[in-house]
Design a protein around this ligand. Structure first.
Ligand code: S3P
Length: 175
């Protein structure tokens, strides 16, 4: 028999809606939300952008890895790591049975639209050609996001709709 699903990990590029969808899904399932960037910012007392610019990306990725180890066996949780978490795919591979990963896919055009409308500081916003930069990064990361158990496209859909669709998938697979 298949192991029942006990935790969900949302994968996806920045602005794919991970945090918002994770919150909506957590409410639907009555599961706890663990938003990695928020938790890391709380622990470090500074925004992720500052952590990366002053301590470096490797330092930030190490914080993500530590947090992953801490929460990996939690049950009834929706995990929302940052968009670059999957660049260490071994973190996903080490998640215990009962973990279901969902890739929130988004096109480069939609990513840039959301990026420009987001009031918080975001990388690439001041890039001269953000669509090309985002396309290139998405191309590099796509094989990693494909490690997910399911893909849900998010362009033109509200976070509530995306969360609803994930919930349906989970209930079909056995939550
Ligand atoms: C990153 C995405 C960010 C944040 C950090 C690095 C990335 O998270 O973790 O700036 O490498 O794609 P979001 O995907 O939540 O924006």
């Amino acid at each position: 028999m298949l192991h029942p699903i006990e935790r969900v990990v949302l994968l996806g590029y920045m602005c794919s809606g991970k945090s918002t969808v994770a919150a909506a899904l957590g409410r639907r399932l009555e599961w706890q939300l663990i938003d990695f960037d928020t938790e890391i910012e709380h622990r470090e007392g500074r925004p992720v952008a500052d952590i990366i610019s002053s301590a470096g990306e490797d330092y930030f990725r190490a914080l993500e890895a530590t947090l992953t180890e801490e929460v990996a066996s939690s049950r009834e949780v929706v995990l929302a790591p940052g968009g670059g978490w999957i660049t260490r795919p071994e973190l996903l591979r080490a998640m215990p049975e009962g973990t279901f990963a969902v890739w929130l896919s988004v096109t480069p055009e939609e990513t840039v639209r959301r990026l420009m409308n987001d009031p918080s500081p975001r990388p690439l916003r001041d890039h001269p050609d953000p669509i090309s930069a985002v396309s290139e990064m998405l191309r590099d990361r796509e094989p990693l996001y494909r490690l997910a158990d399911a893909r849900v496209p998010t362009d033109g859909r509200t976070p509530e709709k995306v969360a609803f669709e994930i919930e349906q998938t989970l209930r079909t697979r056995g939550i």
